[in-house]
Design a protein around this ligand. Structure first.
Ligand SMILES: [Zn+2]
Length: 205
């Protein structure tokens, strides 16, 4: 910006009264919520260590819920429709909608391509897309399966998630445990041998 432009922009701005804070200092409702939370749990939100916490907390919530998975819809023509494709070991973090506490889940996906296959990176994007919202593990699995089925044009989709939930390990019974959920559709539902092969390749056999 040139000096002349800067001066012109300053002149064009409305006059701000002394008691009116500039727009960039507008209250952030999420940061306000965090301040209220800190007060409710007996903290002083103005003490040094917490001074910037409401802003960081608000930024984290926005970052988590505004997650952009990028392009997930790129599919290629399938060259081998009789093959079983398994993508495993994808680790995602989500938030339990009952307690607003994190859970992580290792996701494995299997499908039999009909006429389209998905690029490898798309599986991770789809899993992250469903993880970046308030969730329960069962719906996380089902949502991923829905997307894979739609994008690949196949009913033969299996999704397995193995999750560790902080609402179980940190509160309640405070016992470390892993919860496994699975969605089996198409041949994985109707043919035990297809299900066994998929589970074996997913590391759940
Ligand atoms: Zn929970």
């Amino acid at each position: 910006m040139t000096l002349a432009n800067w001066a012109a922009e300053r002149m064009a701005r409305p006059i701000i009264r002394d008691d009116e804070p500039p727009a960039e200092f507008d209250a952030d409702p999420l940061a306000d919520l965090c301040r209220s939370l800190l007060v409710e749990i007996g903290e002083n939100p103005d003490r040094e260590g917490l001074a910037d916490t409401p802003r960081r907390w608000a930024a984290w919530w926005r970052e988590f819920t505004d997650y952009d998975p990028g392009t997930v819809s790129t599919a290629f023509a399938s060259v081998a429709s009789d093959q079983l494709v398994v993508v495993g070991g994808m680790r995602v973090w989500s938030l339990c909608e009952h307690h607003l506490l994190p859970f992580n889940a290792e996701i494995s996906i299997a499908y039999v391509p009909a006429d389209r296959v998905l690029g490898l990176s798309k599986f991770g994007r789809i899993a992250q897309d469903h993880a970046h919202r308030l969730q329960v593990q069962e719906r996380l699995c089902a949502g991923i399966a829905d997307d894979i089925a739609e994008l690949c044009g196949t009913e033969d989709v299996a999704v397995v998630a193995r999750g560790e939930h902080l609402c179980m390990t940190m509160r309640g019974i405070r016992t470390p445990a892993r919860m496994t959920t699975s969605v089996m559709r198409g041949v994985f539902r109707t043919k035990p041998e297809a299900r066994a092969e998929a589970l074996g390749l997913m590391g759940n056999g």
